[in-house]
Design a binder for this molecule. Structure first.
Ligand SMILES: Nc1nc2c(c(=O)[nH]1)N[C@H]1C(S)=C(S)[C@@H](COP(=O)(O)OP(=O)(O)OC[C@H]3O[C@@H](n4cnc5c(=O)[nH]c(N)nc54)[C@H](O)[C@@H]3O)O[C@H]1N2
Ligand SMILES: Nc1nc2c(c(=O)[nH]1)N[C@H]1C(S)=C(S)[C@@H](COP(=O)(O)OP(=O)(O)OC[C@H]3O[C@@H](n4cnc5c(=O)[nH]c(N)nc54)[C@H](O)[C@@H]3O)O[C@H]1N2
Ligand SMILES: [Mo]
Length: 690
């Protein structure tokens, strides 16, 4: 009476696990009763993280949105009434038609990686907005600084295969907290540790991962480029270089050599807040150990110089020839290895020569408020949100909240739950979870394609994102050009289109995953996918744009000075049991994370009369956030850690950490600078005096 269905974890995490869903079929109904990691999938190895092992709690949650809702009260008042799908879709189409007839670019989609499935995240939705001629969204909120940096240096988001880390002798875990955010990579790192490898964690926060590494280097946020430049200084002065690899497989070494010679460890030590000896030791380890590997992660590119920092770190394996070994080199993301047929899925040809404006999702606050020249002249009049919770996750949330509260903005939110963003909608449409729809996946942490089959029927009246956009397309009709047969493609067809002939779909149907033919040591003989075919220490492309062709250290936008109004640097990495703002409403996980907290070093706490467990007010010119202080050594002096991402409505004063973060962007990729944020902290009872 039970059946096992092959599925894929849809969440935004490098691990993209293969899942097995057990379905109980008694009484002719299909009820999911268990989710587990697939033991046959090498990186999943039969285990799921704590969050996703609670996936049933999410799917069958009492607070799931189960039918379309229409706003009746004032915006944000939370008053909605149940309506039929027909009424909701008819009304939404009528509103979109009226706007599109005047200016389709007044309509903006807003989506990110609530699901990473290629079908539910970037297929029918994109076709719909392309045909409409809506504004394009620049999806920068997570990885675009590092992504651009990889493009200019390595040539693509490619690198080591994750399983090879098990054989490394030295692993630098740089700007990532895999025990919290990429557990299945951590398994390989532990295997390496058991074989005698040294693990070094480079992170301002003393994370669970940092505690378990041999060395923790707690640098100031946003100073990674300085550290990497000084390491290269040592590689040069001690001649720990692979001259042959440099000569044959890199460009621009003479120029970089000159730059790094300006970065003796003492100079970097000053910038990073470290001892020079720590930097010398790290450089020696890197320069004298093979195979040596770097697991770089996105945490270190969320500051002003994030792109340059990634480029600087990426030079390290090229200079020592670490790439010669399968267990050497670097991985930031593996997504560039996947032959996804993005154009077939999203059909940019439906634009038919139109070139709509592009809106950056990371500055959605200013965009909604018309505080940019472009959106001031042509305001955003309709917003369609899916797979994202911008009011909780985008920076400077007070502005996002004001923007979403505009009476002249028409907002539709496709969701599982009444998130902060859904609260501000005109219509909330119930979306299916991963157990209820088809999808197909790439990964940014391994190199296997995964298929997700629906295990159960949609709960309530929920529909897949694709079905909702198909229905909207049908209602827009030929008058708006929606007559291409692609608007009728069903989800299984879309799954097949995602990789075309590049992946055997029958194998996916049978096994749930297919391993891509990626070589074990992809750049052992060079062959980087850059214009020069080499690793670009110096980038002609950047230089041609009038930018620095070499990586450099760029100071943070907000470097706190002792004695200044905002003397503390705040970073806001994820709480281990939430996934961005997803799962923040799951009772079992909330009971672990308890409440929004700010970690603060005993020295900084003492100076402010703050004791462990006090309520504190964290503030800067953008706003204030109240939460509970956790005094301890997880925070380094001068840096506070506001763990995210709670829903605003769960914060003691109705805010979360993004009340404090700014809309300033990174040096590359126009990405947000969440971890480049100066604040002050006071005990809440004393706040009147502050
Ligand atoms: N449990 C859990 N897992 C997740 C997520 C989640 O929210 N929760 N999010 C998923 C997503 S969307 C992503 S993009 C990835 C993100 O995962 P990671 O790439 O690991 O990035 P973050 O978690 O943002 O930050 C990782 C670490 O970087 C540190 N850090 C902050 N600033 C700096 C800096 O300037 N330099 C250095 N060297 N380190 C710094 C933080 O303290 C943190 O411990 O994880 C995914 N996995
Ligand atoms: N301060 C601070 N802010 C951050 C970060 C940080 O480290 N610090 N991290 C940033 C990063 S790395 C990222 S990636 C972004 C993430 O930001 P988002 O991509 O917005 O991620 P989530 O907060 O998880 O919200 C995803 C939403 O999609 C919904 N969803 C899931 N599946 C589906 C589906 O199939 N259909 C529909 N319609 N909805 C679905 C979920 O219910 C959830 O509410 O946040 C960023 N914001
Ligand atoms: Mo992310």
């Amino acid at each position: 009476m039970t059946e096992i269905v092959r599925a894929a974890c849809p969440h935004d995490c490098p691990d993209s696990c293969a899942m097995l869903v057990t379905v109980d079929k008694r009484d002719g109904r299909r009820v999911a009763v268990r989710v587990a990691g697939d033991p046959a999938h090498p990186t999943t190895a039969g285990s799921l993280c704590t969050k996703v092992s609670r996936y049933l709690e999410r799917t069958y949650h009492a607070e799931r949105v189960l039918h379309p809702l229409k706003r009746v009260g004032r915006k944000g008042s939370g008053q909605f009434v149940r309506v039929s799908w027909d009424e909701a879709l008819d009304d939404i189409t009528a509103r979109l038609k009226a706007i599109a007839a005047r200016d389709p670019e007044a309509i903006l989609p807003y989506s990110y990686a609530g699901t990473m499935g290629l079908v539910q995240a970037e297929s029918m939705d994109r076709r719909f907005f392309h045909q409409l001629g809506a504004s394009l969204l620049d999806r920068t909120i997570c990885a675009s600084a590092g992504g651009m940096a990889m493009m200019y240096s390595v040539g693509a988001k490619m690198g080591m295969k994750v399983e090879q880390f098990a054989h490394s002798r030295l692993i630098l875990i740089w700007g990532g907290n895999p025990i919290g955010s990429s557990l299945h990579f951590w398994r390989y790192a532990q295997e390496a540790k058991r074989q005698g490898a040294r693990l070094v964690c480079i992170d301002p926060r003393r994370t669970e991962t940092a505690e378990k590494c041999h060395t923790h280097i707690a640098l100031r946020p946003g100073t990674d480029a300085a550290l990497a430049l000084a390491m290269m200084h040592e590689l040069v002065t001690h001649d720990w270089l692979d001259h042959d690899y440099i000569a044959r497989h890199t460009t621009g070494w003479p120029a970089l050599r000159e730059r790094v010679l300006q970065w003796p460890p003492e100079r970097a030590a000053e910038v990073c807040g470290l001892d020079a000896q720590v930097i010398r030791d790290l450089a020696r380890d890197w320069g004298t150990t093979q195979p040596a590997a770097i697991r770089l992660n996105y945490g270190m590119q969320r500051t002003h110089g994030g792109g340059n920092a990634v480029r600087a770190v990426a030079c390290l394996p090229a200079l020592t020839g670490a790439w010669r070994h399968a267990a050497g080199g670097m991985m930031l993301s593996a997504s560039g290895h996947f032959p996804v047929q993005r154009d077939a899925l999203s059909r940019p040809d439906l634009l038919r020569g139109r070139t709509p404006r592009t809106i950056n999702m990371s500055t959605i606050g200013d965009a909604l408020l018309g505080l940019q020249p472009e959106t001031a002249q042509r305001p955003i009049e309709a917003l369609v949100v899916y797979n994202s919770n911008p009011l909780a996750v985008a920076p400077e949330s007070a502005k996002v909240a004001r923007g979403l509260a505009r009476d002249d903005l028409f907002t539709v939110v496709l969701e599982h739950f009444m998130t902060d963003t859904a609260d501000m909608a005109d219509y909330v449409l119930p979306a299916t979870t991963q157990l209820e729809h088809w999808d197909i996946h790439a990964s940014y942490g391994h190199t296997d394609v995964l298929l997700n089959r629906p295990a159960i029927a949609p709960v309530g009246e929920a529909r897949p994102n694709t079905a909702i956009f198909r229905a909207l397309a049908q209602r827009m009709g030929p008058a708006f050009g929606f007559d291409d047969p692609c608007f009728a493609d069903d989800d299984e067809t879309l799954c097949r289109q995602a990789y075309g002939d590049a992946v055997d779909f029958d194998t996916l149907l049978d096994h749930g995953f297919v391993t891509l033919p990626v070589p074990n040591a992809p750049f052992a003989e060079g062959g980087f996918p850059t214009p020069s075919g080499r690793f670009e220490l110096f980038s002609e492309r950047l230089a041609a744009m009038g930018l620095d062709g070499l990586p450099d250290y760029l100071p943070n936008h907000e470097t706190p000075q002792p004695g200044s109004r905002y003397p503390l640097a705040m970073i806001s990495p994820p709480a281990r049991h939430f996934l961005n703002s997803s799962f923040a409403n799951l009772k079992s996980l909330r009971s672990i994370e308890r409440e929004p907290v700010l970690e603060i070093h005993p020295q900084d706490a003492k100076a402010r009369g703050i004791a462990d467990g006090d309520l504190v007010r964290v503030f800067n010119d953008r706003g204030e956030h109240h939460c509970r202080a956790v005094v301890g050594e997880r925070a380094r002096p001068g840096v506070v850690n506001g763990l995210g991402i709670w829903w605003r409505k769960d914060g003691p004063n109705g805010t979360n950490v993004n009340e404090l973060t700014s809309q300033r962007l990174t040096d590359m990729g126009q990405a947000p600078t969440f971890y480049d944020c100066a604040v002050q902290v006071v005990k809440l009872v004393d706040s009147a005096a502050a």
